[in-house]
Design a protein around this ligand. Structure first.
Ligand SMILES: [Zn+2]
Ligand SMILES: [Zn+2]
Ligand SMILES: [Zn+2]
Length: 327
């Protein structure tokens, strides 16, 4: 099946205007326009690959400008405010990191369950050093609700290895040393981070600061090309190949066998987490709040809200549009 091509119009705001980017890179606008508008991690990295020499990337921070009082109640409110807090923390601390993804799949339609969704990704001018911040609800050790430290740590690690596998896949022929540093944050930390985590002066593999208070700090996980656990699936590699085929920068080049072997993992690499995280995506409708048996539909633009059907999505739109597709 041929994918429909249309201009890139994802919910991201270019840093500088598109004209600036084009005059800076001398790029053919058609090249930019043919990248898929589904902001999965793979399409984002393929796009950045083209602009790597120029340090050009697009920030999602303007999506998180909505004042809290304008946000509708519901499960997406907490997800939204948590991300807003983390982005604000970066603005106040280390401004060289740009948020580029806030809820992503490695490649489109690869997330089948809640645990498969990655959260915030930040990048610096190098476009090959990444910070991954997972944002989770309050920690609880009841063993039932799946919001314990073990699950959070296991999922954060898994996503760090997944992202590094993808980076290897997309950047394999470039002479660069990319890495991913990952951590998570919760309401217990007020969604703040260990300042060391975002430090641009540290080598990639740092340990979290010794905990001063009573709350243990979430660990910092560092993944480089020589220590990552390969965890892309064959079906995902095929989808990444398809995306690369659309990229006029490397037309028709599929991922070479030796790279495939380095990034291909199995389902066993998935984290051992509680059953709550192994369930399907959310079953609670963001509009009517009713818990459903069936799988809900996800807002395809912001990927933060679930609805039980078109009717609820329509009714929710007047308030939902405030944070979905701003700008
Ligand atoms: Zn609990
Ligand atoms: Zn509903
Ligand atoms: Zn939306």
């Amino acid at each position: 099946m041929r994918r429909r091509r249309r201009p890139y119009e994802g919910p991201q705001t270019p840093v500088g205007s598109l004209d600036d980017i084009l005059s800076l890179t001398g790029a053919n606008p058609l090249k930019i326009m043919t990248v898929s508008d589904d902001a999965c991690a793979a399409s984002t990295l393929i796009q950045y690959r083209m602009f790597r020499d120029y340090g050009v990337c697009t920030s999602v921070d303007s999506l998180f400008d909505a004042p809290p009082e304008t946000l509708p109640e519901g499960p997406s409110r907490e997800r939204y405010l948590a991300r807003k807090s983390v982005i604000a923390w970066f603005k106040a601390h280390e401004r060289q990191w740009t948020p580029i993804l806030y809820r992503y799949e490695i490649v489109k339609a690869s997330a089948k369950r809640e645990r498969d969704w990655g959260h915030l990704i930040f990048v610096d001018m190098s476009l090959c050093r990444f910070l991954l911040v997972m944002v989770y609800p309050s920690i609880c050790d009841c063993g039932e609700c799946g919001t314990n430290r073990h699950d959070y740590e296991a999922m954060t690690k898994y996503h760090a290895h997944r992202f590094m596998s993808l980076l290897k896949c997309v950047y394999h022929d470039l002479e660069i040393e990319g890495w991913v540093r990952a951590t998570y944050t919760t309401p217990e930390q007020n969604y703040t981070l260990d300042p060391k985590f975002a430090s641009p002066f540290e080598p990639p593999d740092i340990n979290s600061t010794e905990d001063a208070g009573s709350i243990p700090r979430p660990p910092i996980i560092c993944v480089k090309s020589d220590n990552f656990v390969p965890c892309l699936l064959l079906s995902e590699l095929e989808k990444i190949d398809n995306l690369r085929a659309q990229d006029l920068d490397s037309p028709g080049q599929s991922i070479p066998p030796h790279v495939r072997a380095q990034v291909l993992g199995s389902k066993d690499a998935r984290p051992g987490v509680g059953s709550v995280w192994q369930q399907r995506n959310s079953r609670r409708c963001s509009h009517c709040g009713i818990l459903k048996e069936k799988n809900l539909m996800l807002c395809s633009k912001c990927k933060l809200d679930y609805y039980c059907g078109r009717e609820c999505q329509k009714l929710a739109w007047p308030s939902h549009k405030r944070f979905c597709r701003q700008g």
